[in-house]
Ligand binder design. Structure first.
Ligand SMILES: Cc1cc2nc3c(=O)[nH]c(=O)nc-3n(C[C@H](O)[C@H](O)[C@H](O)COP(=O)(O)OP(=O)(O)OC[C@H]3O[C@@H](n4cnc5c(N)ncnc54)[C@H](O)[C@@H]3O)c2cc1C
Length: 373
């Protein structure tokens, strides 16, 4: 699985999105998904840009609704993070009793759940940094609902490996699957996995009717658990002298937008704070991906250190960053991120409610724009 890093290749991938085929096939492992999430999560492109790039081809909103809805899920989770702040790292709506285990099933760490398609998916995640959405749901369901494990440690495991690791999408999705941020827990059986992944496995612990899955005994392969020590290997960096007469633009692992204030004469620093990565560790593959994406921004210096150790931080005429819940501690001016939908003003405890509201906005404000020759 290849994830290009150059901005032109990323835009090309965005322009190749096929929203109609997406709607028909997105649940299949080999379906027409976009593989844009690593770039959206890292703030290289926004969901708004993705939507615009599709509308400009003349699609009508009604015919591409499944695609638009998925983009809306990301905004829903980001807005949820803005509203609940660190509350997203707790059980959001419902505390369930069948999640007494507080570790990671060793079967996830070793790709030995016994469900062949899922084990292949886990190996791919570790080797490439990507996993298909359906596979993420299967994995989370096996860990939490069959393995009776509370979501935070397994979610941390997945986040560590994902190139598109996004604390809101990851945390909220794990809670959605495990039933803390939805009305019910999500279950998948072997038949469903075979259908969407093309596997042909039979007689696994999931080869049962749906009614038999809740409350089943924890399979032997999921019994053992542990709490791994995650470590983020940040590179050694030294910051070349910054110009105190120019503003400072702070980039981070969630803002690598080459278009952001691109004509401004400024110091540009990609700040990778050890304290952030101690709290939310990621793999070396993820760090390499982030720093490689940074190369699309002319003059950007990578600095692995704390904000306060940027020399002369309070002496720049201005400090700019993009608003983000993970980086509230930045000083200075916080530019708004690009959104499809306006701020909600309140927390919606279900995507359905959020979508009902935002769909009206979309219909009222977005006319399809036909591409001119
Ligand atoms: C347990 C679990 C953990 C997840 N962790 C993350 C994560 O850390 N980072 C992350 O970006 N996504 C996460 N997702 C959501 C989703 O799996 C990925 O966004 C999607 O698989 C990315 O692949 P794609 O770009 O090909 O998506 P596509 O299917 O092509 O979708 C296009 C875009 O829509 C958005 N999108 C699609 N599905 C979802 C979804 N279910 N929730 C939110 N946004 C969505 C993404 O921005 C995606 O890039 C998680 C889902 C689950 C079930």
């Amino acid at each position: 699985m290849f994830f290009p890093k150059s901005y032109s290749a990323i835009l090309q991938r965005m322009n190749q999105a096929d929203p109609l085929a997406y709607g028909r096939t997105r649940n299949y492992l080999n379906g027409h998904i976009t593989r844009l999430s690593p770039y959206i999560s890292r703030g290289v492109i926004s969901v708004k840009q993705v939507l615009e790039s599709v509308l400009v081809k003349g699609y009508r909103l009604e015919e591409i609704e499944p695609f638009v809805k998925e983009l809306a899920w990301r905004e829903y989770f980001q807005r949820t993070w803005q509203h609940l702040e660190d509350g997203i790292f707790e059980d959001i709506r419902i505390r369930r009793t069948n999640t007494s285990r507080k570790n990671v099933p060793v079967a996830l760490l070793n790709a030995t759940t016994g469900i062949e398609a899922v084990d292949t998916g886990i190996r791919e995640l570790v080797n490439t940094g990507y996993m298909h959405n359906h596979m993420r749901m299967y994995t989370a369901s096996i860990a939490c609902n069959i393995g009776q494990t509370h979501w935070p440690e397994p979610a941390r495991w997945m986040y560590y490996h994902l190139l598109d690791g996004d604390l809101a999408s990851n945390t909220c999705s794990w809670q959605w699957v495990s039933g803390q941020f939805s009305n019910k827990q999500y279950y998948c059986n072997q038949e469903n996995i075979n259908k969407y992944t093309g596997s042909k496995q039979r007689n696994s612990f999931l080869d049962k009717p749906y009614a038999d899955l809740p409350g089943m005994e924890i399979p032997a392969s999921l019994q053992e658990g542990k709490i791994p020590e995650w470590h983020t290997p940040l590179p050694e960096t030294t910051l070349a002298p910054l110009d105190p007469s120019l503003p400072l633009l702070l980039y981070n692992s969630y803002n690598l937008d080459p278009e952001w204030r691109k004509n401004m004469k400024a110091n540009r620093v990609l700040l990778l704070e050890p304290s952030h990565f101690r709290q939310f560790p990621v793999s070396s593959r993820v760090i390499q991906f982030i720093t490689a994406l940074g190369q699309n921004i002319p003059g950007l210096q990578v600095f692995c250190g704390e904000l306060a150790s940027i020399p002369g931080l309070h002496q720049f005429p201005a400090v700019y960053s993009k608003e983000h819940p993970a980086f509230r501690h930045y000083p200075g001016i916080k530019d708004e991120r690009d959104w499809i939908f306006p701020a909600t003003g309140r927390f919606y405890d279900s995507f359905f409610q959020f979508w009902k509201q935002q769909e009206k906005f979309l219909q009222a404000n977005r006319q399809p724009v036909r591409q001119t020759a």
